[in-house]
Design a protein around this ligand. Structure first.
Ligand code: SAM
Length: 345
């Protein structure tokens, strides 16, 4: 019997990639699994506001993520609030590690944490299938660190967490530091040493107007240019090639090749043109930009009994309208409708 050949019409067409109206392909999903946090970092929290939004069940996050993965998401980053406060986070990672992209590949699984609970969770997370963690750490001396987090003993806990994550193989281990003028801008050299001695990638992030209070001013931002100058006066630096076109950090090493420093400069060198990200909040809303003025209720579609196909259509329509860029520092800038901790960083 002759083999039947599939006609052009009957062949299964591959899903078109998830793109916005500016031609950007979206393949990176950040999922907040709680907006609770155990720190009250001075540049993020007022200290008076707690959790504001509900959390979904773990199986609900899994279904929403699976729909995104079917649309071409290849990288999932769990975040918060503080994601390690969420019960069953290890189980969530285990389930995500079973998911496959339409091409049959594993997801790139990462998690962003303040590191406070990481010492005991690093090995279980690695065994569950997590690839990498990014730890937020805004100072390398205990007194400055605890003045920022407003939690006693936090520095020792985070340092132990960083070392446990590195030893568990959650690498390359990245440390994110938000620099604020007058708070921790004296830490640059200390972080350069830390990157070299602890074998971690340190990334400095320019402060953005995403805090609960009203702290941000253009003057509070320590710019890429200033950071480069401070690093260079510690030791000569050498620019490294980007890992990928959508990479947010400008990367440097030192003249002896020891230590990697990244600088993420959303304020002075915006990278919106290469943005490949979309976010899902702890209550299941899509945010197309950190600075969006509204959310898109994907969870609502699911709750009303929406099919996967209905969710696919909802996601495509939402992403289509992703903002071209943010307007930080411009007269028409409006603060986003949620602050960082309630979006998911
Ligand atoms: N709790 C986790 C953590 O500490 O990494 C995840 C959530 S936290 C909101 C994510 C990241 O956002 C942290 O690295 C934090 O320093 C950063 N962040 C918070 N507010 C920021 C701001 N206004 N500008 C730049 N980065 C900010």
């Amino acid at each position: 019997m002759a083999a039947t050949s599939l006609s052009a019409e009957s062949a299964i067409a591959p899903m078109p990639p998830l793109t916005d109206s500016h031609g950007r392909v979206i393949h990176d999903l950040r999922v907040s699994i709680t907006d609770r946090c155990n720190y009250k970092c001075v540049y993020c929290r007022t200290g008076e506001v707690g959790a504001q939004y509900p959390e979904l069940r773990i199986d609900e996050y899994l279904r929403l993520i699976e729909v995104f993965v079917g649309l071409g998401i290849t990288k999932v980053r769990l975040t918060g609030g503080e994601p390690l406060l969420r019960r069953h986070v290890v189980e969530l990672v285990r389930q995500l590690a079973q998911m496959r992209t339409p091409a049959g590949e594993r997801l790139d699984l990462a998690l962003t944490t303040n590191g406070h609970l990481l010492e005991s969770l690093a090995a279980p997370l690695k065994h569950a299938g997590l690839n990498r963690v990014t730890v937020s750490m805004d100072a390398v001396d205990a007194a400055t660190f605890e003045r920022i987090t407003r939690v006693e003993g936090s520095f020792a806990a985070v340092l132990a967490g960083v070392r446990a994550a590195r030893d568990a193989g959650l690498t390359p281990l990245k440390i994110n530091c938000v620099l604020l003028r007058g708070f921790n801008d004296d830490q640059i050299e200390g972080f350069a040493r830390f990157a070299r001695e602890e074998n971690v990638v340190v990334r400095f992030i320019e402060f953005m107007p995403l805090e609960e209070g009203r702290l941000w001013t253009p003057e509070s931002v320590v710019s890429l240019k200033e950071i480069v100058e401070a690093l260079g006066s510690f030791r000569p630096i050498v620019r490294m090639a980007p890992n990928a076109p959508s990479e947010t950090a400008v990367r440097y090493t030192f003249d002896d090749g020891v230590g990697e420093i990244g600088i993420i400069a959303p304020v002075t060198q915006a990278f919106c043109g290469h943005c490949s990200r979309v976010r899902l909040t702890s209550d299941g809303k899509i945010r197309t930009c950190l600075f969006s003025q509204s959310d898109h209720d994907l969870y609502g579609v699911m709750q009303r009994g929406g099919s996967d196909e209905e969710m696919v259509q909802f996601i495509r329509r939402t992403i289509e309208h992703k903002e071209a860029r943010h307007h930080i520092g411009e007269p028409e800038f409006l603060k986003p409708s949620r602050s960082m901790v309630h979006i998911g960083g």
